[in-house]
Design a protein around this ligand. Sequence first.
Ligand code: PHE
Length: 458
Amino acid sequence: MAERRQSIHGEWSSRVAFILAATGSAVGLGNIWKFPYITGQYGGGAFVLVYLACIAVIGIPIMMAEVLIGRRGRQSPVNTMRTLAEEEGRNALWQYLGWAGVLSGFLILSFYSVVAGWAMAYVPRLASGMFNGASPDKVGTIFSDLISDPERLLAWHTLFMGLTMIVVSRGVRSGLEQAVRVLMPTLFLLLLVLVGYSLSTADFAGGVRFLFAPDFSKLSWEGVLVAMGHAFFTLSLGMGAIMVYGSYLPRHASIAKTTIIIAGADTLVALLAGLAIFPLVFSHGLAPAAGPGLIFQTLPIAFGQMWGGAFFGFLFFILLSFAAWTSAISLIEPIVAWLVENRGLTRIKATVLAGGITWTLGLGSLLSLNLWQDFKIIKWGILDFVDILTTNVMLPLGGLAIAVFAGWIMSRESTRDELAIRNPLLYGLWRFFVRYITPVAVVVVFLNAIGVIHIGKG
Ligand code: PHE
């Protein structure tokens, strides 16, 4: 067996630190911004059920695979894939999977930063009390005023990328661990407060029904693809973020347990966000399918009406910005780690380079909301196009390749040694999933969804 490698980038201080960091990566805009709005667009309960099934059947096995690959390789995903493939006597072309992940990371962060900018822009807006008692119409106008102003968006996008680069340049351990320790639990509590408020709204039951009562007639294969893509997105899978975090994981930590904790926390946050938002949507006669502006057009109504709303709202958007921040860091870490390993750059230089590229790419998404509104790729603006391409195509394909790598390319001995699951049944179950169930599920969803897009329902 190969001698244990050390990561040149350092290690998490403990298993808990890894759980916090990986949860920080997983919990972000995906849970609070994206999950509610796609659930609204794809019809509610049935979509949620498929999403939950994807987390269990596809997300958890692939997350275990990513962490184990990362910890075994102990390098950036590009180098880890190459080293492990060579070690197993396979083709070094597997490193291109690492590169695909790097590309996904750039693309995702480019639009992620723009949306995180919306969240940050809401912090002063809530604090100023401008939403106090505001009608749904007024709340909607405040949102559209924001996204139609390229200069404001640019300022927030730049600030967000700057903050991300500060943490990344200092190394994952110093800044990140501390931040996540406090912020994640606070965000969770605040979501509970919001759910508490939504309990008092006129149509709480309607919101719950929408989220949890499945109506399969509303579900299309396209919806299934979106649910699957979202399972990858929300768990940060398919592009190497969790892999690179896994490469800093201490040797003794159990991968199976940590994975289940991370996926569980992530799912809980998404469901709480849904519970906070949909009762408001229905109580105020808003459209659940409003799209990407959904939380920005609904939550401020609640904050405008509840006791202490300006304060809670202010806090909420700060925490949302932090959640986005801890995710953004993991999107850029794979490339920064590679630049340090292979190009001998200092972390600071590597971060400036990677951050600069992402910032520039982000301008396309930013302008697609206003000045370039009429420019479409197929039928989407740049922001939507990049989001759909990465979430629904690149991440699932990356995840598929990761499952194939862990199930078919790595030997049973390597994966068993790394996972160290004592119960042979459980290990066998995981291996069965990554070899058969997970890849087949991804392929089946894909083929069907492509069919749907062909017959023009897309
Ligand atoms: N999981 C993050 C979220 O839900 C987004 C993300 C995707 C982060 C892929 C890293 C990698 O907001």
